[in-house]
Design a protein around this ligand. Structure first.
Ligand code: MLT
Length: 263
């Protein structure tokens, strides 16, 4: 469905009924990445997976897209949908950066956090320069150059070997995004703050999920967050990389369900 939020049209996929869970996609992705969870968890919860501004079928608007802006879009979306209950917010990678911004800005709306394949730190100077180079490349040569550069690292070695269909699917999701979404995200991520000081303040049950073979962010990042978030649990999924929810959909969904049942 399409909803007007903060003056722009956002596309949101929904499924199921029950306590609300919001799924926030990573870069350079869209809500299509959450299809396995929309199918597997629909008997347990009301599932809400938006395309962030500029992504998928949401309206394309000029960037940069700060993590705060994305967080405010999600809060606006919940208002628009009339969701007053506290939500569980699940963010993967850039979606995790958004989840931490959402915690800082909209804490009262949250009942639990799920941080998948993400990290707390901001970009070091060489990372910031890398974002700028990637944005320039996308502007000059097109977004395909980023897709080609990232796709070989998005999944675990076992996935490339055993599940070529998933590689095709991940590419299709990455290709269904505007140039503005690429540059908007890259500049937004470049300028995101360090969320490390936020971690000890997270007073919510928190599930940290990470792929054992993540080639983009090492498991060390998840372990570091687990050490600093008081009520957190860490689950590392085997044979999965950066897109662990797609690579191990059953294990990922079961971990989410078990966490929500216990909290
Ligand atoms: C993501 O998957 O959202 C990105 O890899 C995050 C990043 O580039 O920092």
């Amino acid at each position: 469905m399409n909803l007007t939020v903060n003056g722009i049209q956002l596309n949101v996929r929904t499924a199921g009924a029950g306590p609300p869970i919001v799924f926030v996609h990573g870069f350079p992705l869209n809500s299509g990445m959450w299809q396995p969870q929309l199918e597997m968890l629909s008997e347990a919860a009301c599932l809400i997976a938006p395309d962030l501004r500029g992504h998928g079928d949401s309206q394309v608007v000029e960037g940069p897209y700060s993590m705060d802006l994305f967080a405010d879009d999600i809060a606006g979306l919940l208002d628009k949908m009339g969701i007053e209950d506290q939500v569980a917010l699940c963010g993967l990678s850039m979606g995790g950066y958004v989840a931490m911004a959402f915690f800082r800005r909209h804490r009262t709306r949250l009942g639990a956090l799920i941080l998948a394949a993400t990290r707390a730190g901001s970009d070091p100077p060489e990372g910031r320069r890398g974002r700028e180079m990637a944005a320039s490349q996308a502007q000059i040569m097109g977004t395909g150059v980023i897709v080609d550069g990232m796709l070989p690292k998005m999944l675990a070695p076992a996935t490339y070997e055993n599940n070529p269909g998933l590689v095709v699917q991940a590419r299709a999701i990455m290709e269904k995004n505007s140039l503005e979404s690429y540059t908007g995200d890259l500049f937004g991520m470049r300028d995101r703050p360090d969320s490390t000081p936020t971690l000890p303040e997270i007073d919510l049950p928190t599930l940290i999920l990470h792929g054992a073979d993540d080639q983009i962010l090492p498991v060390l990042e998840a372990e570091a967050m687990h050490e600093l978030i008081p009520d957190s649990q860490l689950v590392v999924l085997p044979d999965s990389g950066h897109l662990l929810n797609m690579e191990q959909p059953k294990l990922f969904s079961e971990a989410v369900q078990e966490f929500l049942n216990k909290k």
